[in-house]
Ligand binder design. Structure first.
Ligand code: ADP
Ligand code: MG
Ligand code: ZN
Length: 499
């Protein structure tokens, strides 16, 4: 296939393009842990403070200060590692990663190198593919460079440094180089994001940088086992950006390779506005980090009991919950995945089902459409939604034929902000469907009397005429007639020949 052809096909996420080249992706994800204080000092770990308000001699790297390991960060990292199926090492070692940058006052970052906190593991994706994890280690975040005055204007030719983020606890999670598409890379990040929230390891707030991703991609001839030369796109902070950057890189490398060139190993940045990646530095400019064990910190030694304590605090994980929803409630995989997207939504759904067990499938539909739409419209979380039992009561009225779907939407809208029961609302609004024979018969007689032409047509064998007559009953009853019962009565009357 030519490059031009592949360009049109590659845009669609998840559609493999038969170019003769195989895509290989590996992700390095940085996650800020949800601790009260920083990794090695007692400064607050909080986003949004005034620049340089959350600093001390330790995180500013003053000579003579000593770091102290935040044990809460270690525990959260253990819990996250266990959730991801990693093997947690009983002994892991902090190391200095040396490089110069203005946001790094110590001149080195404390990280872990050859003895990380955890190794192995993996997560299943909704697609059925699994992403294997290579390692998970603890480290500290760096500060942030600002190129304009916060709340003010640009600063031509100058930069400011905010050290508040310096020393914020991070976990870095590195996958094996075997993710096969940008779509799977995005799906992995979404599952990982769910795990962060499920376990409480991080607030997962991507706008605030709590989850950042470096995306590595290479191509190799299909069937080849050796890896091709990769490029790394740095610092992506949204799911869409990761997919877009990888799609761009895949196309760019494909173009280089199919025109006989060689991919240069380099680090690139992504421009969201244009969807383009640009070279930041090539391999020749790569850092030599001169890693060595951090002399100021003891080895992290974990007892079996300590690891066990975190294992006991693991919740049911997203993929397990999703599979259970599918099997227990008869949902399709995509529905189960959507409803287990957050613990709050999953809990909501299960509480509603508990209130109306026969409605497990109908409730799923109502939650995925009506509820989510209303949450979006009101810009609120599921915790602020109408009580799940009340939603279940509305759905129960539909399931029993008391309310049409349209009428039920009106009842739900009223029930959201009132204290009346859905039953009371249905009665007050006169929305209950009429199945009572005497009233339906009266409407049917009226419709038959007033529509001679349709009656004759129906008797002459034209079935559609019956639909027209049902429509007349719906009109006369202002939508309250139960359509199936109305149709039955019409059929009977017209068959009798009676009026
Ligand atoms: P580096 O030393 O450049 O950071 P690593 O070997 O530590 O490279 O891998 C970093 C990330 O890049 C990992 O997620 C890994 O899976 C991925 N990776 C490594 N080599 C390749 C490759 N040839 N193609 C795609 N991804 C790769
Ligand atoms: Mg790297
Ligand atoms: Zn500090």
């Amino acid at each position: 296939m030519s490059v031009a052809q592949s360009t049109t096909g590659a845009g669609a996420v998840g559609v493999p393009v038969d170019t003769g080249w195989e895509t290989v992706i590996g992700l390095e994800v940085h996650v800020q842990l949800r601790t009260r204080t920083k990794m090695f000092c007692r400064c607050e770990n909080r986003f949004g403070a005034e620049p340089n308000d959350l600093v001390c001699p330790v995180c500013l790297g003053y000579p003579g200060t000593l770091p102290v390991t935040n044990q809460r960060a270690v525990d959260l990292a253990i819990r996250l590692a266990l959730a991801l199926g990693c093997e947690v090492r009983r002994r892991s070692v902090f190391a200095r990663k040396n490089y110069f940058y203005p946001d790094l006052p110590k001149g080195y970052q404390i990280s872990q190198y050859d003895q990380p906190l955890a190794e192995g593991g993996g997560v299943p994706l909704p697609s059925g593919n699994t992403v294997r994890i290579h390692r998970l280690h603890l480290e500290e975040d760096a500060g942030k460079l600002l190129h304009e005055v916060p709340g003010g204007g640009p600063l031509p030719g100058r930069s400011l440094v905010d050290f508040n983020r310096c020393g914020v606890p991070l976990v870095e999670i590195v996958t094996e180089p075997e993710i096969g598409s940008p779509a799977d890379a995005q799906a992995y990040l979404q599952v990982l994001h769910q795990v962060l929230l499920y376990t409480g390891a991080s607030d997962g707030n991507m706008e605030e940088g709590s989850l950042r991703c470096d995306a590595n991609l290479s191509l190799r001839p299909a069937g080849e086992t050796a890896l091709g030369t990769k490029t790394e796109v740095k610092n992506l902070n949204s799911f869409r950006h990761v997919a877009k950057a990888l799609e761009y890189e895949r196309e760019r490398q494909l173009h280089v390779l199919t025109s006989g060139g060689r991919v240069e190993q380099e680090t690139r940045s992504f421009e969201p506005a244009t969807g383009v990646t640009r070279s930041l530095r090539s391999k020749e400019e790569a850092h030599d980090y001169r890693y060595f064990p951090e002399p100021d910190l003891p080895t992290v030694v974990l007892s079996g009991e300590r690891i066990e304590r975190q294992a006991n605090r693991l919740p049911e994980l997203p993929w397990t919950k999703s599979a259970r929803f599918r099997d227990a409630y008869g949902l399709r995989s995509e529905e189960a995945a959507l409803l287990s997207g957050s613990v709050a939504l999953a809990t909501y759904y299960e509480r509603a089902v508990a209130a109306h067990p026969q409605g497990k499938r109908t409730i799923a539909n109502w939650v995925m459409t009506e509820l989510l739409r209303e949450l979006k419209e009101r810009s609120i979380d599921v915790e602020q939604a109408i009580a799940p039992e009340r939603l279940a009561a509305v759905v129960a009225l539909v399931d029993s034929g008391e309310l049409s779907t349209t009428a039920a939407k009106d009842v739900l809208a009223e029930a959201w902000d009132s204290s009346e029961t859905p039953d009371q609302i249905a009665d007050r609004l006169g929305l209950r469907q009429v199945r009572d024979d005497s009233r339906l018969e009266a409407w049917a007689d009226e419709a038959i009397a007033a529509n001679e032409k349709a009656v004759t047509e129906y008797r002459g064998g034209r079935q559609q005429a019956l639909g027209y007559l049902v429509g007349q009953i719906m009109r006369a009853s202002r939508g309250s007639a139960e359509p199936r019962a109305a149709q039955e009565i019409l059929r009977r009357k017209l068959a009798d020949g009676g009026q």
